[in-house]
Design a protein around this ligand. Structure first.
Ligand SMILES: [Zn+2]
Length: 434
């Protein structure tokens, strides 16, 4: 679940040396202190891989996003821990760290050839812990729940990914399995962008909490800064000026009309309607002066099919209309950030196969769902990789108390394990030539 973001468009993975088959060296990146490496190698290597035990261990490693919460530790420690865990289980490990202190880890189990490759994406970072009601890193377990910052979003899912990847590759697969543990999902998506610049796959599953439903779509969003330019004058003679605040009032009314049109438009079956609102406004210098300037921050939540460019054009059309009809109306519109909506095609094999496995594990039909917020799945799809989201049950994302049900963590691990084998295909008895 994402917060604030720099505007970095991602184009589909060009054929420029994206890693599909080149074996890399052993785990790169700084060695872990001995006790942590031992911990990473021993913590769960007790004959059976319990994702709940692993999730509690991951919660104990603080990885608060420092762009969101000042003083957050970032992803270095948890990335090192996961890298050691994967390396200790025979994964080829790549450490990506374009931004110092914000590493992402890619662990690969190479297939024997001739199979589809699958990418599992889960983020390493969490939101902050200010105001958290108890120890956010203790990873307590009671009442069938695992508690702590990230339990729900998304360390429960991250642990399920690791366990599923380990179990599913105990016997060789035909296709490659890429475990991508990314930095900075909660703020700028630097990690997923960095991974997609170097790696690709035939399909992907983004592991975010979904309460055991299949998240097959989510809205996009765009933030704009609108500056209205007026002309200052003494308040006693307003006609000599151009009142930027009065023009802001016209903009607010026009945006209300836009929202009414969005509400009248056909609703998306899972996402409902698009939305527009003003989240910040500032104008005027003092009580006695006509405001020469007023600034608004506009948020637009979009539906699949509406691109960031179309969203900007829609706003400019609205503002140009006001400029045409209003003397002295002058504006500047700046796009701050924009991410397209995401929608999976139900006929994609990865959607069908994950649904089958989830239904097998849960013993009931699985519901498709849509999310109002944006996730890294938007980037994965823009890179040309069919994908969807799936994750644990629980509550309290970004809240003072966060938890996940232990059962759902295990169910996600089981469903992912089955899906990995179904997508990548068990290796043929006599490996085919690659
Ligand atoms: Zn998340």
């Amino acid at each position: 679940m994402a917060n604030q973001r720099p505007d970095r468009p991602v184009s589909p993975a060009p054929d420029d040396g994206v890693d599909r088959a080149t074996p890399a060296g052993p785990a790169d990146g700084p060695a872990l202190p001995a006790e942590q490496r031992a911990d990473a190698l021993d913590a769960v290597d007790d004959g059976h891989l319990d994702p709940v035990v692993l999730a509690a261990r991951l919660i104990a490693i603080e990885s608060v996003n420092p762009d969101l919460a000042q003083g957050g530790a970032g992803e270095a420690a948890i990335a090192d821990w996961c890298a050691a865990w994967l390396a200790g289980r025979g994964f080829e490990v790549h450490r990506l760290e374009d931004r110092p202190g914000r590493p992402s880890i890619v662990g690969i189990k190479r297939g024997t050839g001739g199979g589809r490759s699958l990418m599992l994406n889960a983020h390493l970072d969490t939101v902050g812990v200010d105001g958290y009601e108890c120890d956010p890193f203790a990873g307590q377990r009671h009442s069938g729940r695992l508690w702590g910052r990230g339990a729900f979003d998304t360390k429960g899912g991250l642990a399920a990914v690791l366990v599923a990847a380990q179990r599913a590759t105990l016997t060789p697969l035909a296709g490659d399995l890429l475990v991508t543990l990314v930095a900075d999902e909660e703020f700028g998506s630097l990690g997923t962008e960095e991974v997609l610049r170097r790696f690709s796959a035939d399909a992907a599953i983004v592991v975010e909490p979904s309460e055991l439903s299949l998240t097959v779509c989510h809205r996009g969003f765009a933030w704009f800064e609108l500056t209205l330019h007026g002309l200052a004058a003494h308040g006693s003679m307003p006609a000599l000026g151009v009142d930027a605040i009065r023009h802001a009032g016209l903009v607010l009314r026009a945006l209300d009309d836009l929202q009414a049109r969005l509400d009248r438009a056909p609703a998306h079956p899972l996402l409902g309607h698009g939305s527009v609102r003003v989240s910040q406004i500032a104008g005027g210098t003092d009580a006695a002066t006509v405001a020469a300037r007023c600034t608004l921050t506009i948020e637009r939540r979009t539906l699949p099919g509406q691109t960031p460019d179309a969203t900007e054009a829609e706003l400019r059309h609205l503002l140009d209309g006001l400029a045409r009809d209003t003397a002295g109306f002058s504006y500047e519109l700046t796009r701050l950030v924009a991410r397209g909506a995401f929608e999976a095609d139900p006929t994609w094999p990865v959607v069908r196969l994950l649904a089958e496995q989830a239904e097998r594990v849960l013993g009931r039909p699985i519901e498709p769902r849509g999310e109002p917020y944006w996730t890294d799945a938007g980037l994965v799809l823009e890179a040309g990789i069919p994908c969807l989201l799936f994750g644990v049950d629980g509550g309290g994302p970004h809240a003072p108390v966060e938890w996940a049900t232990e059962e759902s963590i295990r169910q996600v691990a089981d469903a992912l394990e089955g899906t990995i084998v179904a997508v990548c295909g068990a290796a043929p008895a006599t490996p085919s030539r690659r």
